[in-house]
Design a protein around this ligand. Structure first.
Ligand code: SF4
Length: 217
C-alpha cells in the first residue's frame, strides 16, 4: 500500500477546531483528536490549556514537556512549579491565570529506544499549524494581558523576528490573530532551571512578571 503524506505547508489544526458557539470544554475535547501536524503521532496526548475562561491574564509557553505529556496538563513539571512561585512573588495569582502552550503536543527525540525523551523545539510550521487552537483560546478567554514565556511562544505570537532578550519585561501592544492585545514577554521558566546562575535568572523572571502585574492593576 502506498501512503501519501500531506505536504508540510498543508499542516494546520484548522479543520479540527469546532465552528459556531463553543466553550473551553468543547475546544479541549476537539483538540484531543487533532491530527493537524505530525506531532500527535509520537506524543501521548494533546495537552490543552488550563484555567478559568474569565482569567485576566493568559500565559503562553512553548510546548508540553515530558511530565505534561504524561499527565495531559500544562506546566505540571518542575518549570511549572517554579513559574507558580514566581507568579506569586510578582503579585499575580496563579489561580487567576489561564495557562497554555503555542504547540499542544510534546516534540522530542530519543538517543536510543527506551531512553529518556529529550525535548526538541517545534518548527515554525508546527507552531503555525497549531495556531488555530491558540487563536480559539484567545477569542474565548479574552485576556487583558498575555505573558509570553520564551522565544518559541514569542515567535508563534509575534513572528519569527521576535527576540525575547530585546523586549522582555516591557508592555507591547500588537494585533494577534486579528485582535488588539497587550503582551509582556519574559523567559521560559525552564531556562531558569538550566541557568548557571539560577537565582539571578529567577529574579529576572520575577521582575518581568512584576511588570505584568503592574500592567493589570
Ligand atoms: S501540535 Fe497542534 S496542530 Fe499538531 S497535532 Fe498537535 S494539536 Fe494538532
Amino acid at each position: 500500500m502506498v501512503t501519501t503524506r500531506a505536504p508540510e505547508d498543508a499542516y494546520t489544526a484548522e479543520p479540527f477546531v469546532p465552528e459556531g458557539p463553543r466553550d473551553l470544554t468543547a475546544l479541549r475535547k476537539a483538540a484531543a483528536d487533532c491530527h493537524g501536524c505530525p506531532l500527535h503521532r509520537d506524543a501521548t496526548q494533546t495537552v490543552f490549556g488550563a484555567g478559568s475562561a474569565h482569567a485576566r491574564v493568559m500565559l503562553v509557553g512553548e510546548q508540553p514537556g515530558d511530565q505534561e505529556d504524561r499527565q495531559g496538563k500544562p506546566f505540571v513539571g518542575p518549570a511549572g512549579k517554579l513559574l507558580d512561585r514566581a507568579l506569586e512573588e510578582a503579585g499575580l495569582d496563579p489561580a487567576d491565570a489561564y495557562i497554555t502552550n503555542a504547540v499542544k503536543h510534546f516534540k522530542f527525540t530519543r538517543a536510543e529506544p527506551r531512553k529518556r525523551r529529550i525535548h526538541k523545539a517545534p518548527s515554525l510550521r508546527e507552531m503555525t499549524a497549531c495556531g488555530p487552537w491558540l487563536a480559539a483560546e484567545l477569542a474565548l478567554v479574552e485576556p487583558e494581558l498575555i505573558v509570553v514565556l520564551g522565544a518559541t511562544a514569542g515567535k508563534a505570537l509575534l513572528g519569527s523576528s521576535f527576540r525575547v532578550t530585546q523586549v522582555r519585561g516591557t508592555v507591547l501592544e500588537e494585533e494577534i490573530h486579528g485582535r488588539p492585545e497587550r503582551l509582556v514577554p519574559t523567559v521560559h521558566p525552564s531556562s531558569v532551571l538550566r541557568s548557571d546562575d539560577r537565582e539571578a535568572a529567577y529574579q529576572g523572571l520575577v521582575s518581568d512578571l512584576a511588570v505584568a502585574a503592574r500592567a493589570l492593576s
